[in-house]
Design a protein around this ligand. Structure first.
Ligand code: PNS
Length: 165
């Protein structure tokens, strides 16, 4: 396996599904970089700084994991970092089509970059950042959906935003 793996995503916010993947991938490489990138198709709720901060809190005891963020194209970011390997998670068949398209586009932009995929743990296959945001906005219980260390922060931010609507 490569000495560096880059795990890009929106992480808006990080879920337990993401966290499980981070833990597993960290065992596969010397250095795992979790990078918050912009998904032009998603408006985003938490600021990039907030997402980075939450990722840092959740991974603070993982010495070979670092957190980063970038605008622009993923392939440009990977090249700037000197990496070659992207990690993405697959929850269900429905993710496959989206990931296939991205993998092909990234390959077209830079043939030297490869992507690897890990299946999300079955207990988190229903989970996404968007369901966390939806439940949190409406005052539902999001514990067991995001890492314990950020449950209160996420809850408060979402609840406040939900009330302001
Ligand atoms: O968690 P997400 O929203 O599925 O992550 C998607 C993300 C952010 C990895 C993707 O949108 C991305 O790579 N954005 C950077 C811009 C880019 O390179 N787009 C792909 C061009 S084909």
């Amino acid at each position: 396996m490569k000495d560096m793996i880059i795990y890009p995503g929106s992480f808006d916010p990080i879920t337990l599904g993401h966290f499980d993947l981070i833990q597993r991938a960290a065992r596969m490489t010397d250095h795992l970089v979790v990078a918050v990138l912009q998904n032009p198709n998603k408006k985003g709720f938490f600021t990039v700084e907030e997402r980075v901060e939450m990722l840092k809190i959740c991974t603070k005891d993982m010495p070979n994991v670092s957190i980063d963020s970038s605008g622009g194209l993923l392939v440009d970011y990977i090249n700037k970092k000197g990496g070659k390997l992207i990690l993405r998670g697959l929850r269900a068949v429905s993710d496959f089509e989206y990931e296939l398209q991205y993998a092909m586009l990234n390959q077209r932009l830079d043939k030297s970059i490869e992507a690897i995929y890990l299946m999300t743990a079955s207990e988190y296959s229903f989970l996404s950042s968007s369901v966390v945001r939806e439940i949190g906005h409406l005052g539902g219980d999001i514990s067991g959906m995001v890492p314990e260390a950020i449950v209160d922060t996420v809850k408060q931010r979402l609840l406040l935003a939900g009330k302001q609507k």
